[in-house]
Ligand binder design. Structure first.
Ligand code: BGC
Length: 369
């Protein structure tokens, strides 16, 4: 089983100056600046060493589209080389690289062309993917995109992320285009024998009798709509919380003030398996807190439900905790602490939290299984 952690380029690399987010951070349309983050672009060797020492055998990270193509048609070969080195080092340490091709941020020039709202822009994304494939990156698992429904909701319905729209029509357009982007990318990668999926932001539900229809529709729209339409080899579940209010919570709500509901993960895994009959990978699961004991409790209580699903015969092929290290939490900046590792903003020195050893114990137990 794959046990490890997840991150995304924009959140950990630092200095992604060619991205749309960077532009809006400078312009003042976003509340925080990402800056150097934990500078994983330069500190990846150190981070991989820590992963290795913790016994993790998987690392999910993303390639930053805007680094590869900082301007239209201009390929940055150095950046490709960087990701190749990163993957090679992971392999050398027997850590399976799980590569996300797009995690929220876009090159500013691509954004200016209308991003994924315009179907014809898909071609630019395809040539980016082609470059990555041709670079011969030594990975087995690729994720075409991260949380398409959440991306479209935040950017086109709630107006929280670029392009800050509140338009149901644009929201729909983006989702329809993203199904196409996924399917084209999926086919490209399949020709080369990769195992391919995308991640889904999924929510736990406990349908109360009252408001049952509301929960049913919300569950379907957020959790299953996209999955029922797009191509994938395994179901990628990003799970953090339940949609329902507080009544059944057994945990603190952490820095995000989220309703923590470990049983919800069991519901999602079993429903996903009964619908699609494909393996499941927990591509994200995490808790932001300054209380590290709460984080350990979070990991243990969620993993219990993964074990339960596996006992029932469901193939759960991986568990990736979000996140390896504290990082830039989008509209919350650095005020939320999801990491198993923290870092010193000045020296970039890493400090491993005790909760990392909770995941280590799980990794030790499942290694080779
Ligand atoms: C996203 C991450 C984010 C995390 C915590 C996930 O939905 O993929 O980028 O940091 O949630 O909010």
């Amino acid at each position: 089983m794959l046990i490890g952690t997840a991150t995304s380029a924009y959140q950990v690399e630092g200095n992604n100056k060619w991205a749309d987010w960077w532009y809006f951070e400078r312009k003042g349309d976003l509340p925080y600046r990402s800056g150097k983050s934990c500078d994983q672009y330069h500190f990846y060797e150190k981070d991989i060493k820590i992963m290795k020492s913790l016994g993790f055998n998987a690392y999910r990270f993303s390639i930053e589209f805007s680094r590869i193509y900082p301007s239209k048609g201009k390929l940055n070969r150095e950046a490709i080389e960087h990701y190749r080195k990163l993957v090679d080092l992971l392999r050398k340490n027997e850590i399976e690289p799980i590569v996300t091709l797009w995690h929220y941020t876009l090159p500013k020039w691509f954004y200016d062309l209308g991003g994924f709202e315009r179907a014809e822009n898909t071609a630019y994304f395809e040539s980016y993917v082609e470059k990555i494939i041709n670079a011969g990156i030594d990975a087995k698992y690729f994720l075409t995109m991260n949380e398409p429904v959440n991306y479209a909701t935040q950017g086109y319905l709630m107006g929280e992320y670029p392009p800050f729209k509140r338009s149901p029509l644009a929201f729909r357009r983006v989702l329809v285009n993203l199904i196409d982007v996924n399917d084209r990318t999926y086919s490209m990668l399949k020709k080369h024998g990769y195992t391919v999926s995308f991640t889904n932001a999924m929510y736990g539900f406990k349908y109360p009798k009252i408001a049952y229809p509301f929960y049913k529709v919300t569950d379907y729209t957020l959790n299953w709509w996209f999955l029922k339409r797009a191509k994938f080899d395994f179901v990628g579940i990003n799970y953090y919380r339940a949609i329902n209010p507080v009544s059944f919570r057994q945990h603190g709500k952490g820095e995000m003030n989220w309703t923590i509901y470990p049983q919800g993960l069991y519901y999602l895994i079993s429903k996903a398996y009964s619908l699609f009959k494909k393996p499941v990978m927990i591509t994200e699961n995490g808790f932001a807190s300054s209380d590290d004991r709460e984080r350990s409790k979070f990991i243990t209580s969620h993993f219990k439900y993964i074990e339960e699903a596996m006992r029932k015969g469901i193939p759960v092929i991986g568990y990736l905790y979000w996140s390896f290290i504290d990082n830039f939490e989008w509209t919350y900046g650095y005020t939320k602490h999801f990491g198993l590792v923290s870092f010193d903003k000045k020296t970039m020195e890493r400090h491993v939290r005790r909760s990392a050893f909770t995941l280590k114990r799980i990794a030790d137990k499942y290694r080779g299984i």
